[in-house]
Ligand binder design. Structure first.
Ligand SMILES: CC(C)(COP(=O)(O)OP(=O)(O)OC[C@H]1O[C@@H](n2cnc3c(N)ncnc32)[C@H](O)[C@@H]1OP(=O)(O)O)[C@@H](O)C(=O)NCCC(=O)NCCS
Length: 167
């Protein structure tokens, strides 16, 4: 396993995060965005998520090799203890435990901020993400059929759930 260090992301990490995220916007339906966010937009997302939830990066020798973050599930007051989580790892470092390390720390931070329930929405098929989330204790709770349309195709999103208060 490479020497991975985890730290809170800062807005200055926007370009490194985008290096990983860009291909998923440009050529997959893993992300439902159509336009790659600018460095500035990504910096604002990092700042906003860090303030209320958490955004972490994994760093190997000064290069960002993965990131994970949590954000709002829904706006209404009763949803305030629930979050949505997501994680991306650079292709050359997959299956090295990077996502596991990121989520372990992310969940620790969320627990310390009293969040209770985590949900991940995964455009399916995505064996790696479903396999990873299962391995981290998420269970599948349902599918939103044909909820997204990208590149002229309808996509289903599988939702997975894990309580935050257990490791
Ligand atoms: C999903 C993803 C984040 C997993 O990251 P990773 O760093 O490779 O995962 P880890 O090495 O921490 O794997 C931990 C466990 O998850 C499971 N897992 C990881 N990749 C898997 C795969 N391709 N197939 C099945 N299970 C997998 C395994 O149980 C693994 O443990 P093991 O390697 O000891 O068998 C990575 O594949 C990725 O970035 N995919 C593209 C982006 C994406 O789809 N993100 C999720 C958006 S919802």
């Amino acid at each position: 396993m490479p020497d991975i260090s985890l730290r809170s992301a800062t807005p200055a990490d926007a370009a490194g995060v985008l290096d990983i995220y860009r291909p998923f916007v440009e050529s997959t339906s893993v992300s439902f965005e159509r336009v790659v966010p600018s460095d500035r937009e990504m910096a604002e997302r990092i700042a906003a998520a860090s303030e209320e939830w958490a955004w972490l990066v994994a760093d190997v020798d000064g290069r960002i090799v993965g990131y994970a973050y949590a954000g709002r599930h829904r706006f209404r007051e009763a949803y305030r203890y629930s979050v949505e989580t997501s994680v991306y790892v650079a292709p050359d470092l997959r299956r090295s435990g990077v996502a596991r390390a990121l989520y372990t720390e992310l969940f620790e931070r969320l627990r310390s901020r009293a969040y209770a329930s985590a949900y991940a929405g995964i455009t399916v098929p995505n064996d790696a993400s479903v396999g990873f989330h299962k391995s981290f204790g998420f269970e599948a709770i349902g599918v939103f059929p044909r909820v997204g349309r990208k590149f002229g195709t309808w996509h289903d999103v599988l939702w997975m759930y894990r309580p935050i208060g257990q490791q």
